[in-house]
Design a protein around this ligand. Structure first.
Ligand code: 39S
Ligand code: MET
Ligand code: ZN
Length: 760
C-alpha cells in the first residue's frame, strides 16, 4: 500500500490563534497555562484535520511557539552563555528570551530559512559549546498525540542542517562541523527515547541537500547517518526539499535509512534517477504537492509520475507527501468567501493539499476518487484557458521593450550633479527607511475602515493627521529627507497587491514570517498592470505639508514577486517584468506629482537568489534589470533610492551596482558595519546609507554609538557618498523608543558634519 504522509502543518491556527496567545502571554495578559492550552488546542485541531483527511502518517513536533530551529537549540541544550541558563532544562520561557532578547542579553540573530520568507533563529557555536538532551517538547508532543490515539512521526531538524545554519560567534575560528561528534550522541539519545515511547518513524529534515555542499558537510552527513541508522527499531526518514539534489544525489540515495523524501516539484527532473538508484528496501517519499505555492496540483500528471515509480519500487516502498512542510502555505480556503469563486477553483491551501496527497496515494493503489480527479482536470483546463489570466495590452507592452527602457538617461555622476543642485542636501543627509510605528490605533482604524465602521472620509482624515504628526516630528528633529510613514499600508507587498490588476488577496491567508509576525502574501494569478496610481495621493499630500524633500515610497519588482504567491504558468522573470512596468508607471507619476526622490525597496533581492551557485547569474541578470526597468522612466534630477534588509552582499555586489540606484540603504548596524566590506572592496560607485540603528531591538542606541559606526564608514568610503539612516523600517517598533533613537541619530549626523567641516 502507498503511504500518504505530511512533513508539517501550519502552526499559526486558522485565525492566527498562535499570534494572539503568544502576544497576550508576552504582554502579561495570559498566563503560562493559558498559553500552553492555546498551543495544545492548535495541535489537536491540526492532528484532527490530518486524520480526517486520511493522512496515514501524521507529523508531530512540527508545532512551535516560535521556531523549529530554536526548539532544536533547546532540545540539544545549545543555549548561548549570555542567557544565564541553569544547564538543565531548556524550556519555553528560555526559548522566548533567546528569540526576543532580555534586558541583560541581546536576542539571537534571525535569518532567512533557505529561499523562503520564513526566518529561523541562528544557532550559536563557540569553543565552549557542548550539547546535552535538555528539552522535552518533542517527547511531550509525541505522548500528547499518542493519548489521542495517533502514533505520529516526530520531526527534527537534522544535524547537518543544524550545524550548517549555525554560526561561530566567538571569533575562535572553530570548525563548527567538528561539533558533529558531540552532537550525534544527543540525537541518538533523542531517537532512543522516541523509540521507547512507541514511535515507529522519525522525520529528519536535511534541506541542506539542496545546497552546494563542501567536504566537511558531506563528512557530517556520512557520520551522522551511519550512527543514527544503528538506533533500534525506529524507522528514519531523511527529507530534502526546496531544490534538486544534483551532485548530492549519490550521497543522498546511499543514506542507510528507511525512507528518503525528495521535493517532487522543484526536483521533478530527478525523480526517475533517484528511484533507479535507491538501494535495497529504502522507501521513497515523493513530494508531489507544492508546499510553497497555492495552486492545485495537476493530479493526473502527478499520478502518472507516481505510477511509474510504483512500477519500479512497488507500492510498499512508495510514499506521497507535500514537497516541503506546509508551514509555508496558508491554512485553509474554507474561509475565503470573498475570493472570486472561479479563482478559488484553482487553489489549494494546506488543508486542501492534504486532500490532494491522500487522493494521489489512493489513486496509485487503484482507488481513484473520480469526482475529485475530474474536478481537478476541469480546473486545470479552466485555468489554462481562462480570459482572467491574459491581458493583450500587457503582453504587447512587454514585447515592445527595448534596451533604452532599461536605463536612466545619464550615468550616475551626471545624475548626482543634477540631484545635488536640486536637493541641496547637507553632508551626511538624514532619512528613514519609510515606515513609522504601526500602532494599535493605526491598525484599529484600518480594521474599522475595512469593516465599514469608519467612513472613507474619517479614515482619510485619520491618515492625514498621522502624516502631519510624522512630518512635524521629522522637521523638529532636523531630518533632511522626509518620509510620510506608510500608515495607510497593512504590509509593503499586500498593499500594492490589493491595487494591481492580475493580483488577488485573501482574507485569512496568513503565513508565518517569524515568531508572532505573519504576512498575507497576495496571489499573482494573471498578467499584472496598474489600473490607477497607488501611492501618489499620499505622497503628494505629504510633500505639500513640508518644504523639505519628501521621499516617495514603493516596493520593487523582485520583492513584489518574491513575497507573493506567483503564477507557475510562466517564468518568474516574465512576471517580474510586468510588475516592473506597473511600478515604473507609479514612479513616473510620483515624479510628475513633485516628488524629487523615490525609494523602491528590494528587501527580498538576496532572498530570491537561487540556492545553487550555478543558477545565480541568470537570476541576478533579470533581477537587476527589472529594477532598472522600474526606475528607468524618470529624469536625471529625480533621485532613485533602494533599500535592502540584512543581506550577505559580498557575492552579489556587482548586481547591486547594476541596479544603478542613486542611493541604497542597507542593514549594517548589528554587524558593526562588517556588511559594508563588499561595497568598499568593490568601490561601489553610488551613494550608500549604512544602517546605524538596529531596529530589530527595542534598545535605544546612543549618539556616541552611532557616531562610532559612522566613523567606521567614513574611514572606508567617501564621506560625500554617505547617508545616515536606520537599518530598516520602524513599523514593528513603538514610538517610545523610536523618538529618542531618531533624535540621537540626527545628532550623530550633525556631529559628523561638524567634524568634517572643521577637522579635529
Ligand atoms: N511581506 C513582508 N515580508 C517581510 C517583511 C515585511 O514587512 N513584509 N519584513 C521582513 C520581516 N518580516 C516581517 C513580517 C511581518 C511583519 C508584520 O508586522 N506583520 C504584522 C501583520 C501586518 C499586517 O498586514 N497587518 C494588517 C492586519 C492587522 C491586524 O491584525 N488587525 C487586527 C485589528 C487591529 C487591532 O485591534 O489590533 C485584526 O484584524 O484582528 C493591518 O495592519 O491592517 C503582524 O504579524 O502583526 C513584520 C516583519 C521580511 N519579510
Ligand atoms: C522590510 S524592508 C521595509 C521597507 C519599508 N519601506 C519600511 O520602511 O517598512
Ligand atoms: Zn528592510
Amino acid at each position: 500500500m502507498t503511504t500518504s504522509h505530511n512533513l508539517g502543518f501550519p502552526r499559526i491556527g486558522e485565525r492566527r490563534e498562535l499570534k494572539k496567545a503568544t502576544e497576550a502571554y508576552w504582554a502579561g495578559d495570559l498566563d503560562r497555562a493559558g498559553l500552553e492550552a492555546a498551543g495544545a488546542e492548535i495541535r489537536r485541531a491540526n492532528w484532527e484535520k490530518q486524520r480526517a483527511a486520511g493522512i496515514d502518517l501524521i507529523p508531530s513536533n512540527d508545532f512551535s511557539f516560535y521556531d523549529q530551529v530554536l526548539d532544536m537549540t533547546c532540545l540539544v541544550g545549545n543555549v548561548p552563555a549570555r542567557f544565564d541558563w541553569d544547564g538543565e532544562h531548556a524550556d519555553l520561557d528560555l526559548a522566548f528570551d533567546m528569540a526576543r532578547g532580555t534586558d541583560e542579553a541581546i536576542a539571537c540573530e534571525m535569518t532567512k530559512w533557505f529561499d523562503t520568507n520564513y526566518h529561523y533563529l541562528v544557532p550559536e557555536f563557540t569553543q565552549n559549546t557542548t550539547f546535552k538532551l535538555a528539552g522535552a517538547k518533542v517527547f511531550e508532543e509525541f505522548a500528547e498525540a499518542k493519548a489521542e490515539g495517533l502514533t505520529t512521526k516526530p520531526v527534527l531538524v537534522g544535524p547537518a542542517t543544524y550545524l550548517t545554519l549555525g554560526k561561530v560567534t566567538d571569533g575562535s575560528g572553530l570548525d563548527k562541523f567538528a561539533l558533529a561528534d558531540q552532537l550525534i550522541p544527543v540525537y541518538i539519545e533523542i531517537l532512543d527515547q522516541l523509540a521507547a515511547a512507541g514511535a515507529e518513524w522519525v522525520q529528519i529534515d536535511e534541506p541542506v541537500f539542496s545546497l552546494d555542499l563542501n567536504d566537511a558537510q558531506r563528512a557530517v552527513i556520512d557520520k551522522t547517518y551511519a550512527a543514527l541508522s544503528r538506533v533500534g527499531d525506529l524507522k528514519i526518514m531523511v527529507t530534502n526539499y526546496f531544490g534538486e539534489l544534483r551532485d548530492n544525489l549519490e550521497l543522498f540515495t546511499q543514506l542507510p535509512v528507511s525512507a528518503l523524501h525528495i521535493d517532487g516539484v522543484r526536483g521533478a527532473g530527478e525523480i526517475e534517477a533517484v528511484a533507479a538508484r535507491l538501494p535495497g528496501d529504502t522507501a521513497l517519499s515523493l513530494g508531489m504537492v507544492d508546499g510553497r505555492n497555492i495552486w492545485k496540483t495537476d493530479l493526473a500528471a502527478a499520478k502518472t509520475v507516481l505510477a511509474q515509480v510504483r512500477d519500479t519500487l512497488g507500492a510498499d516502498r512508495l510514499m506521497v507527501g507535500p514537497a516541503c512542510s506546509l508551514l509555508h502555505s496558508p491554512v485553509t480556503l474554507r474561509n475565503e468567501t470573498r475570493l472570486d469563486q472561479r479563482l478559488v477553483a484553482w487553489l489549494a491551501f494546506a488543508e486542501e493539499k492534504l486532500d490532494e496527497i491522500v487522493a494521489l496515494a489512493r489513486a496509485v493503489d487503484g482507488e481513484v476518487d473520480s469526482a475529485l480527479f475530474e474536478a481537478n482536470a476541469q480546473a486545470m483546463t479552466d485555468r489554462r484557458e481562462s480570459s482572467l489570466i491574459h491581458d493583450d495590452f500587457v503582453a504587447k507592452r512587454v514585447a515592445g521593450l527595448t534596451a533604452t527602457d532599461y536605463q536612466r538617461n545619464s550615468v550616475y555622476a551626471e545624475r548626482a550633479r543634477q540631484q545635488r543642485a536640486k536637493l541641496k542636501l547637507p553632508m551626511f543627509p538624514t532619512t528613514t527607511i519609510g515606515s513609522f510605528p504601526q500602532t494599535r490605533d493605526v491598525r484599529k482604524a484600518r480594521a474599522a475602515h475595512k469593516k465599514g465602521d469608519l467612513s472613507d472620509a474619517d479614515y482619510d482624515a485619520f491618515l492625514k493627521q498621522q502624516i502631519d504628526e510624522a512630518i512635524a516630528m521629522q522637521e523638529d528633529m532636523g531630518f533632511d529627507m522626509l518620509v510620510h510613514g506608510e500608515f495607510e499600508r497593512n504590509d509593503m507587498v499586500e498593499y500594492f497587491g490589493e491595487q494591481l490588476a492580475g493580483y488577488v488577496f485573501t482574507k485569512l491567508g496568513w503565513v508565518q514570517s517569524y515568531g508572532s509576525r505573519y504576512v498575507k502574501p497576495p496571489i499573482i494569478y494573471g498578467d499584472v498592470s496598474r489600473p490607477k496610481p497607488m501611492t501618489v495621493k499620499w505622497s503628494k499630500y505629504a510633500q505639500s505639508r513640508t518644504a523639505k524633500p519628501m521621499k516617495g515610497m514603493l516596493t520593487g519588482p523582485v520583492t513584489m514577486v518574491q513575497w507573493a504567491f506567483v503564477r507557475d504558468d510562466q517564468p518568474r522573470s516574465e512576471t517580474v517584468k510586468q510588475v516592473a512596468l506597473a511600478i515604473r508607471d507609479e514612479i513616473v507619476d510620483l515624479e510628475a506629482a513633485g516628488l524629487a526622490a523615490i525609494q523602491c525597496d528590494e528587501a527580498a533581492f538576496r532572498e530570491g537568489l537561487p540556492l545553487r551557485r550555478a543558477d545565480w547569474d541568470e537570476y541576478l541578470d533579470w533581477a537587476a534589470a527589472s529594477f532598472r526597468l522600474a526606475a528607468g522612466g524618470v529624469r536625471d534630477d529625480t533621485q532613485v533610492h533602494t533599500h535592502m534588509c540584512y543581506s550577505e552582499f559580498n557575492d552579489i555586489i556587482e548586481s547591486i551596482a547594476a541596479m544603478d540606484a542613486d542611493c541604497i540603504s542597507i542593514e549594517t548596524s548589528r554587524s558593526q558595519m562588517e556588511l559594508l566590506d563588499a561595497f568598499v572592496k568593490f568601490a561601489y560607485p553610488n551613494e550608500i546609507g549604512p544602517g546605524v540603528y538596529d531596529i530589530h531591538s527595542p534598545r535605544v542606541p546612543s549618539t556616541d554609538e552611532m557616531v562610532a559606526l559612522l566613523e567606521k564608514a567614513v574611514a572606508v568610503l567617501p564621506a560625500e557618498k554617505l547617508w545616515v539612516n536606520p537599518d530598516c523600517g520602524l513599523k514593528t517598533r513603538g514610538w517610545a523608543e523610536v523618538k529618542p533613537a531618531l533624535e540621537n541619530m540626527v545628532e550623530a549626523a550633525q556631529r559628523m558634519r561638524a567634524r568634517i567641516v572643521e577637522p579635529a
